[in-house]
Design a protein around this ligand. Structure first.
Ligand SMILES: *Cc1c(COP(=O)(O)O)cnc(C)c1O
Length: 230
């Protein structure tokens, strides 16, 4: 089932790339495995998927030691500064950096471990009260501030678009995030790369790819609905 879902998502990705005239090697599928058991992740891994996304530090820490070491873990959920130390040496990319304070903590822990850490800056493009992320118009200043940190490297931007049944309605937010990344890129800030755009989930990843997504985060479309404890 999971295998079939992955092949459907992958062929949708290829089709979206074709429509947009993009090379599909520039789009990475991140399988969002939050709330799902290790056995589901193993099944997805068998298809050659090695990028997985989790939104909770504790869950990632539980799964990490029992799964293959070549998995690339993406932290996609809100991160508290006091929890950075638990994941710093486990994650490939932290998608959800939305303050200088958090970036500074990542910098500090990375230095302790003797590593560098790639991060994305989360932008609340649709300006939703319920979401984390920087306001659109404060992003450039915060990017400049974070760029001064030595062990933290900004690789791009991330957004979580509003929940919708109508993917086209999110196109405007994906477009705005791409435009912001182009603006930042044109500023040539040292230690800042605008290589990645992490945007698009099960309901809207195809539109996101048409607007330039390089990382799509798909959970339900691969693993099925999530059930949360009541
Ligand atoms: C859960 C989650 C996803 C995946 O959502 P689906 O709609 O199940 O694909 C993507 N990004 C983030 C940040 C998430 O928390």
């Amino acid at each position: 089932m999971i295998k079939d879902n992955i092949s459907v998502v992958k062929s949708n990705i290829v089709a979206a790339c074709k429509r947009a005239g993009r090379d599909c090697n520039d789009v990475t599928l991140i399988a969002v495995s939050k709330t799902k058991p290790v056995s589901d992740i193993e099944e997805a891994y068998q298809t050659g998927t090695i990028d997985f996304g989790e939104n909770k530090v504790q869950e990632l820490n539980t799964k990490y030691p029992v799964l293959p070491q070549d998995i690339k873990w993406h932290l996609i959920g809100h991160l508290q500064t006091n929890k950075v130390k638990y994941i710093i040496d486990k994650v490939t990319l932290i998608h959800s950096v939305d303050s200088f304070k958090l970036a500074a903590q990542i910098d500090k822990e990375a230095e302790k471990c003797g590593i560098n850490k790639d991060i994305l800056i989360e932008v609340n493009v649709a300006d939703e009260d319920t979401k984390f992320g920087l306001r659109y118009d404060e992003t450039i200043d915060v990017v400049k501030e974070i760029s001064t940190l030595k062990y933290v490297h900004i690789k791009g931007l991330m957004t979580i678009a509003p929940y919708t049944e109508e993917p086209e309605s999110n196109r405007i937010y994906f477009k705005k995030l791409r435009e912001l990344s182009e603006t930042i890129s044109s500023l040539n800030i040292p230690n800042v790369e605008m290589k990645e755009l992490s945007m698009g989930m099960t309901g809207d990843y195809e539109v996101a790819i048409e607007e330039g997504a390089t990382l799509v985060r798909v959970g339900t479309g691969i693993f099925g609905n999530r059930s949360y404890p009541q």
